[in-house]
Ligand binder design. Structure first.
Ligand code: IMP
Length: 430
């Protein structure tokens, strides 16, 4: 069975959690490779809606191993709450089915403080972060002053690292942002308690994953956010601070690229974005609001209204290229069912010139206007559609056009939030 990476191909919230939940039935291990509690993967199972921030969606499947890799930044308080919520719904979570990398960095209170203070200070040029401390924790990782689980579970090492880092971060907080310094004792006490509770889960997950591969087990690598929020290939600086793209699967888990067989991209049948930054196919006015209401497009972590727009083939082709996407899962097609006209962005106009490639410059992208193709909608509910041949013909034509304009085949189609509202077009495990 193949080892698969599942990446979001837009600006996040494509429905990766739902797709990972489905595919996880056919793999042995699900490994999350980047991001942190900025992500919220919503899963609907047996009528219950569950939002996971750190734990891979595979945790809901019996007999599957869930791994939080070294590339993830973990807020231990949020993770402990997540574990409790999953348990309260009757699912098993213990050290046998959940492993947490000893190399994963920890989100500390000063990270959140800096994230929020910085956004306030930036005013109209802010990024629109989730305020979960994600940028500052990855900053500390790169600056080599971060705190990892290997430190947290060893109170002495934790004390030394916290003292050094907090001293420096407090200078920053008080002098740059003119805020109060954070108290060592309080943080030390809270975090050693979290460390004690999480210790049984902490291990060398790279070894766990490579051993699983050696035993012929298959791994599903789960990304958070989306390729256009990738710190290297996204719409910088309006991005998150990690590699949300497929490359992050290797650096964020310690599994070599030679072990990965394929990359599946997830895309909504339209596009959304939370936070600031360019979004060429964005729809403003009543139609934008209508799309948001139809798709219930509110952030699962922050509750912020998402910006909505049409499917953007130009952006998707770019995402597919930088991530090596072989096939797509298209989600939320049902959201478009009531519309009489649907558009796809097939190019951009920049200073009068037609662009068919996604510009690498965010400044150029900011000034691009979309070139749309308009198609007739299908205006029929899709909830009872069981296979691709029973789709209304205009829905089929719309999907064909997505395939033609992106050059990527559609493998999975999701037409509703619950587990059974999905059509498998290709058997990716054959
Ligand atoms: P940060 O990751 O909180 O630093 O936020 C950086 C940018 O990524 C902001 O525009 C956020 O809205 C966006 N972002 C972060 N996580 C998600 C997500 O899970 N879905 C969609 N956007 C996200």
């Amino acid at each position: 069975m193949p080892n698969i990476v599942v990446v979001g191909t837009q600006w996040g919230d494509e429905g990766k959690g739902r797709i990972v939940d489905l595919i996880s039935e056919s793999v042995h291990v699900v490994a999350r490779y980047q991001g942190g509690s900025n992500a919220g993967h919503t899963i609907v199972t047996d009528g219950e809606t569950l939002v996971l921030h750190h734990i891979p969606s595979g945790i809901l499947r019996e007999g599957k191993l869930s791994v939080i890799g070294n590339g993830v930044v973990v807020d231990p308080k949020v993770l402990l709450e997540e574990i409790e919520t999953i348990k309260s719904l009757g699912y098993k979570v213990d050290e046998d089915n959940l492993k947490l990398s000893d190399g994963a960095h920890i989100v500390m209170p000063y990270h959140k403080e800096i994230d929020i203070a910085r956004e306030e200070r930036m005013g109209s040029s802010k990024i629109g972060t989730t305020g979960r401390g994600i940028g500052p924790v990855y900053e500390d990782k790169a600056a080599r002053r971060g705190i990892r689980f290997s430190d947290l579970i060893d109170p002495e090492s934790f004390s030394v690292r916290l003292k050094a880092t907090l001293e420096e971060r407090n200078i920053y907080i008080t002098r740059v942002f003119e805020r109060n310094p954070l108290d060592f004792d309080r943080i030390y006490e809270d975090y050693t308690a979290y460390g004690k509770k999480l210790k049984p889960f902490v291990t060398d997950t790279s070894k766990v994953l490579n051993d699983a591969i050696s035993q012929g087990k298959s791994i599903l690598f789960e990304g958070a956010q989306g390729a256009l929020l990738d710190v290297d290939f996204g719409t910088y600086p309006y991005v998150t601070s990690s590699n949300a793209g497929a490359g992050g699967a290797c650096t964020g888990t310690g599994v070599s690229p030679t072990k990965i067989d394929l990359v599946m991209g997830v895309a909504k049948a339209y596009t959304t974005r939370v936070g600031e930054g360019p979004f060429p196919s964005e729809v403003s006015g009543d139609l934008g609001v209508k799309l948001r209401e139809l798709g219930n497009e509110y952030g699962s972590t922050t509750g912020r209204p998402r910006r909505c727009g049409w499917f953007d083939s130009v952006a998707l082709r770019y995402s597919a290229m930088v991530n090596g996407v072989s096939g797509l899962a298209i989600t939320k097609l049902d959201v478009l069912s009531s519309l009489d006209k649907i558009k796809i962005s097939v190019g951009y106009r920049y200073k009068g010139e037609l662009l068919t490639e996604f510009p690498s410059s965010t400044e150029v992208l900011k000034h691009c206007t979309p070139v749309f193709e308009e198609m007739d909608g299908w205006q029929k509910e899709l909830h009872n559609v069981k296979d691709i041949s029973s789709l209304p013909s205009n829905a089929r034509l719309y999907l064909d056009r997505i395939e033609e304009t992106t050059g990527i085949p559609i493998w999975i189609l999701s037409i509703g939030p619950s587990r059974e509202k999905v059509i498998f077009i290709k058997d990716i495990f054959s």
